[in-house]
Design a protein around this ligand. Structure first.
Ligand code: SAM
Length: 215
């Protein structure tokens, strides 16, 4: 039996109401038709984590942001098939879209699972997690909101730890080593499963945004 072809990207962009290609704040309450908390996954890849989270937490609204066409097509097809009404997909580069699409303090949780590690030294500057991005995350999270990160790349894990620990808006939730032992309560992403199968050590970080206003 041959697999059913995925819907084309242009058809999704033109017709799927769960797909947002916009530069403007979409009024998330109107989008979802309720006031449930908003959780954002940055760089969802093939979207497995988002799908499982949305099914596990029907009283939360999930937004996935990425620019990977193949992953978007796959995810949109699965959202339709499973009839999940608590996921929206926002298209684009998170460095520009997060400031445009969210008001300050609007997000309950942000997940950043296995961001591209850019392992070559000359590419380090391309990494997403930098002090300015950490500030942006603090700005968009509500007080007591959470940001959860995961990577298998030690150098990047240490940078994440350094940058988030240095930001006065965040409290590390694993104060001893800075890294959580495991993350068994959450679904596993595609990359996570591959890295676990390959025997890689995974670095999990979790921070709470302090209950003070951003400057
Ligand atoms: C290494 S993959 C990880 C995918 C998924 N989170 C997982 O764990 O299986 C990184 C993902 O982040 C996306 N990504 C990287 N930089 C991005 C950016 N600036 N804006 C939006 N998405 C980005 C890529 O397209 C890719 O889907």
């Amino acid at each position: 039996m041959t697999a059913k072809p995925l819907i084309s990207f242009s058809k999704i962009a033109a017709e799927d109401p769960n797909f947002l290609d916009t530069d403007e704040w979409p009024d998330w309450q109107a989008q979802f038709g309720n006031t449930q908390p908003l959780k954002l996954e940055i760089g969802f890849g093939m979207g497995n984590f988002l799908i499982e989270m949305a099914a596990l937490e029907p009283h939360t609204n999930f937004i996935g942001m990425d620019f990977y066409h193949k992953g978007i097509r796959k995810l949109m097809t699965r959202i339709q098939k499973l009839q999940l009404d608590n996921i929206r997909v926002a298209y684009g580069d998170v460095r520009f879209k997060v400031p445009e699409l969210f008001k300050d303090g609007e997000l309950d949780t942000i997940y950043i699972n296995f961001p591209d590690p850019w392992p070559k030294k000359r590419h380090y500057k391309r990494r997403l997690i930098k002090p300015d991005f950490v500030k942006l995350v603090a700005q968009k999270l509500a007080p007591k909101g959470r940001v959860l990160l995961a990577t298998d790349f030690e150098v990047y894990a240490m940078e994440m730890l350094e940058f988030f620990n240095a930001d006065p808006m965040f409290k590390n939730l694993a104060p001893d080593s800075g890294f959580l032992e495991s993350r068994e309560d959450l679904p596993k992403t595609k990359y996570q499963k591959n890295f676990i199968n390959a025997g890689h050590k995974i670095y999990y970080l979790e921070y709470s945004r302090l209950g003070i206003a951003t400057a």
